[in-house]
Design a protein around this ligand. Structure first.
Ligand code: HEM
Ligand SMILES: Nc1cccc2nccn12
Length: 289
């Protein structure tokens, strides 16, 4: 998956409103997971960006090195080839777009089209080569708790409030034993961007799942839904819990804080051209009511 090394002004040759619409048209597929590529697009955008180290200014969403081995083969990135392959035809169609811009924009489209807040986004990420891949271990380990989560996200430059807002994206999608090894749906509506991650985390009784896979939780009420050990850290840790309770009680507050933190995540490590415009895209529904 090589790409013509974008010149510093390639980004000006792309109509991002058209790219938004084409990505939105790719979302639905009744034969994929719960009927949408939205959740895995959000995970691709987050993993492409979450490698950033603010001390060394390495990693982050400029470069899109997640598309190359060894990074694409890191355990945390298992399954993301499904998202990259779904988006590949758009790289062909919009030859001047960078993978970095394409992958992050796909995350924006997914959040917005699944009912989430408007995410401000800028073009101008420039692709790098496989030589610039980041080392493994920069993304969080779901088997660990609050101290590890803080270590990973403080390294990116986030605070507790931003971390607690970001994890609300677990309202989307599911775990796959073939990818992370964890299993299962977490809720009956995994393709709706809501504050349900927080309400379910707080309102359900979560007990260890009895199975021979990795340690995870299941809700005692239905026995159907899951939470990761790292998810439970947001309920157990008193500083994170303050935000979990705030977002469970107020979806608008969650949307506002998520929009700010997700926009910041997707810009980690990028030196944007100073004339790159900020976009606030309309959803398909707003354009074609
Ligand atoms: C707090 C640390 C986090 C940990 C330990 C974590 C871990 C995981 C794991 C193990 C999965 C299941 C992967 C699979 O088997 O397919 C997953 C899925 C997902 N994660 Fe996270 N995650 C974290 C934070 C985030 C953040 C910050 C975002 C986005 C802002 C995010 C978005 C998602 C989405 C959308 C899915 C569903 C993907 C799908 O359905 O294919 N996660 N996460
Ligand atoms: N959707 C999803 C993915 C990964 C972890 C998780 N915990 C709760 C929900 N959830």
């Amino acid at each position: 998956e090589g790409s013509a090394q974008a010149s510093s002004s390639s980004w000006k040759k792309v109509n991002y409103n058209n790219v938004y619409k084409d990505i939105a048209d790719l979302l639905e597929d009744e034969n994929y997971d719960d009927g949408s590529y939205g959740p895995v697009f959000v995970r691709l955008a987050w993993h492409a960006s979450g490698t950033f180290d603010h001390k060394t200014r390495t990693g982050g969403s400029s470069g899109a090195t997640i598309r190359f081995e060894p990074e694409s083969a890191h355990g945390a990135n298992a399954g993301l080839d499904a998202a990259r392959q779904r988006l590949e035809p758009l790289k062909k169609k919009y030859s001047h777009i960078s993978y970095g811009d394409l992958y992050t924009l796909a995350g924006v489209v997914a959040v917005q089209e699944l009912g989430g807040p408007t995410i401000t986004w800028r073009p101008g990420r420039r692709d790098k080569t496989a030589a610039d891949c980041t080392p493994d271990g920069r993304l969080p380990d779901a088997a660990q708790g609050a101290d590890h989560v803080r270590e990973i996200f403080y390294r990116m430059g986030f605070n507790d409030q931003e971390i607690a807002a970001l994890v609300g994206a677990h309202a989307l999608g599911r775990c796959h034993t073939s990818r992370s090894g964890f299993d299962g749906p977490w809720n009956a509506s995994p393709t709706a961007f809501t504050n349900f991650f927080y309400t379910e985390l707080l309102n359900n009784t979560w007990v260890p799942k009895k199975w021979n896979g990795p340690f995870q939780y299941v809700d005692r009420e239905s026995g159907q839904f899951m939470m990761l050990p790292a998810d439970m850290a947001f309920k157990k840790d008193s500083k994170f819990r303050v935000y979990v309770e705030k977002y469970a009680a107020d979806q608008d507050a969650f949307f506002e804080d998520f929009a700010n933190a997700f926009a910041k995540l997707l810009e980690l490590g990028v030196d944007f051209p100073e004339d790159a415009p900020f976009y606030k895209f309309k959803t398909l529904e707003e354009v074609l009511p």
